[in-house]
Design a protein. Structure first.
Length: 208
């Protein structure tokens, strides 16, 4: 299991990301946490590992001393890979399976960006695109861990179908009670003090 963290964004985000990774390293989880950032330089390699060091530069808010690994992503190329996978219409290598509980909001975010003729992806407005970005991070983790090289059906034990988590219907809700079967009872004559139409006990469950 691994976690991807977007280390770019507004002021303070990068510094907080570095601090978070250092804390995870102290807790023995450093190898499972990946700090991602879009690469500003086009390269043939999809993912490049760097170790930022700004100890000799002043005015830098994010403190980096070459101790934190930062993974630079070719965002546009990775989005092309995700987009191509989304267009697959039959299960197999690269096919994306979605759970039934995802709402329309997820697919709106997933398909919000547009690709220009120069191969760059961008938002046409101010709508949300987090689902697309998160799938790109997931694709990057797949590449870094070599998951795309798994040979099916001879998958390792952790990836075999027998270990998949299945969605089991919630059985905690009580099952509906069966309808009561009425038994004919011999009526006996009695003196009524209250008429049937105004007696609530004859038309309700008898609750107070």
């Amino acid at each position: 299991m691994a976690m991807a963290v977007d280390s770019g964004g507004e002021d303070g985000v990068t510094d907080n990301a570095y601090k978070f990774w250092r804390r995870c390293r102290r807790d023995g989880l450093g190898k499972r946490i990946y700090l991602f950032k879009g690469d500003s330089i086009r390269r043939a390699k999809l993912i490049t590992r760097t170790f930022p060091d700004n100890t000799g530069r002043t005015g830098r808010r994010a403190q980096a001393a070459g101790d934190v690994p930062l993974w630079l992503l070719q965002t546009d190329a990775l989005k092309d890979r995700v987009n191509n996978a989304l267009w697959r219409d039959s299960p197999g290598p690269g096919y994306v399976h979605f759970p039934d509980w995802l709402g329309s909001w997820f697919y709106d975010e997933l398909t919000y960006e547009e690709r220009s003729s120069d191969g760059k992806w961008s938002k046409p407005g101010r709508g949300a695109n987090e689902a697309f970005d998160l799938m790109v991070y997931a694709e990057a983790l797949v590449i870094l861990h070599g998951y795309e090289k798994i040979r099916w059906p001879d998958a390792p034990e952790w990836a075999s179908r027998e270990t998949w988590l299945e969605c089991v219907p919630d059985s905690t809700e009580p099952s509906p009670s069966p309808e009561p079967v009425s038994t004919p009872v011999k009526k006996q004559k009695r003196k009524k003090t209250v008429t049937d139409d105004v007696n609530p006990w004859l038309t309700s469950g008898g609750w107070l």
